[in-house]
Structures are given as C-alpha cells and as structure tokens.
Design a binder for this molecule. Structure first.
Ligand code: FMN
Length: 165
C-alpha cells in the first residue's frame, strides 16, 4: 500500500496485477540524440485519430530516453514480432548502447527503423500532455508500412507470449 496525495492509501501491487490482465502488443519507440540512436520498449502505444492520422503512447517521467525523443521532435514506432522478445528486454533496460546487437536503418524521417519488425509508423510529435507520472505523447503519422506478415509479440500478466487463432 502506498500513500496518495489526498491522504488515502492505494494498493500499487493490486493496480499492477489487475492492469496486467489487459494484453498489449509491444513496440520499440525510437529517435536520435546527438547523432546516436535511442529507443525504449513501450506497451502503451495505440491508434488515436484517422483524420488527421495520429497515434499515441505514454512515456514515464522516469525514462531517460523519452526526453531525448522529445528533443528530437519525432519518433518511429517499431511493432515487434513474436520472435523479438530479446529486443524488447534490451529496450526495456537502461543499457548504455541498446543498439549494439540490433540491426536498423533510418526511417524516412530519420528515426531508427529496426530490422524484421512487423510494421513501423514514422511520426512527428504533435502534442505532449502531462498526466500523473506519465506524458501522453501524440504523434502525427507521416509514413507507415507493414514490413512482414508474422505474429506479434504479446505482453500479458508480466510475461511474453504469442497470438494464436
Ligand atoms: C512490455 C513493456 C512495456 C513497457 N511499456 C512502457 C510504456 O508504455 N511507457 C514507458 O514509459 N515505459 C514502458 N516500459 C518501460 C520502458 O521500456 C523502460 O522503463 C525504459 O526503456 C527504461 O529505459 P530508459 O531510461 O532508457 O528510458 C515498458 C517495458 C516493458 C517490458
């Protein structure tokens, strides 16, 4: 249990446990900083608007990568395939060079497009809305494509799995 600002207590472990029952895909959100690629694993990615085309993700205030992407002003959403769990773990870490073992090339907007991802969405940051301990990052979609027709990496109840029909 943790204290909240209104004096009540809140069970953070229960919050995580209950919200962990909502399955998500996994993306790596990338950008550039001082000529070097940066990126972070993100499960909060979703579509937002068709007209104009927009997507969003939520970036934690504790992330060291997010301020760099914000400064870059753009981001590339890399949707991970079911065999890319290792990549997810690297990009969820605070490793010094997350790109050491990962292939990539610049997207049209110059953000890192990772090798063998299912799809990518190349965005410019349209808006950032702070709420609680996260920023809601709204991206205007500039370019997007499906890269191969495989299954997605799925995150559910704190573990990784695959999608089967
Ligand atoms: C499956 C999964 C989903 C995640 N989703 C998010 C997310 O939506 N937003 C976020 O800020 N961090 C998320 N994280 C945590 C970040 O990847 C991690 O805190 C961050 O990359 C730490 O490194 P940094 O300091 O380089 O940003 C997620 C981690 C995992 C494993």
């Amino acid at each position: 249990m943790s204290d909240t600002t209104d004096g009540t207590t809140f069970d953070a472990a229960k919050y995580r446990q209950v919200l962990g029952h909502f399955p998500t895909g996994v993306t790596v959100i990338t950008g550039m900083a001082d000529g070097r690629p940066v990126g972070m694993a993100v499960g909060s990615f979703t579509s937002l608007s068709l007209d104009p085309p927009q997507v969003l993700f939520c970036a934690g205030h504790g992330s060291s990568t997010w301020p760099k992407i914000r400064e870059w002003g753009r981001f590339c959403v890399n949707i991970l395939a079911e065999d890319q769990e290792d990549i997810c773990r690297v990009f969820a870490s605070k490793a010094e060079d997350k790109f050491a073992e990962v292939g990539w090339r610049p997207s049209t907007l110059g953000s890192p497009l990772l090798t063998d991802v299912l799809a990518h969405i190349d965005c410019e940051i349209d808006d950032v809305v702070a709420s609680g301990d996260h920023d809601i990052v709204i991206g205007g979609v500039r370019h997007l494509d499906v890269r191969h027709e495989g299954g997605p990496l799925v995150f559910f109840r704190g573990g990784y799995g695959r999608f089967t029909v």
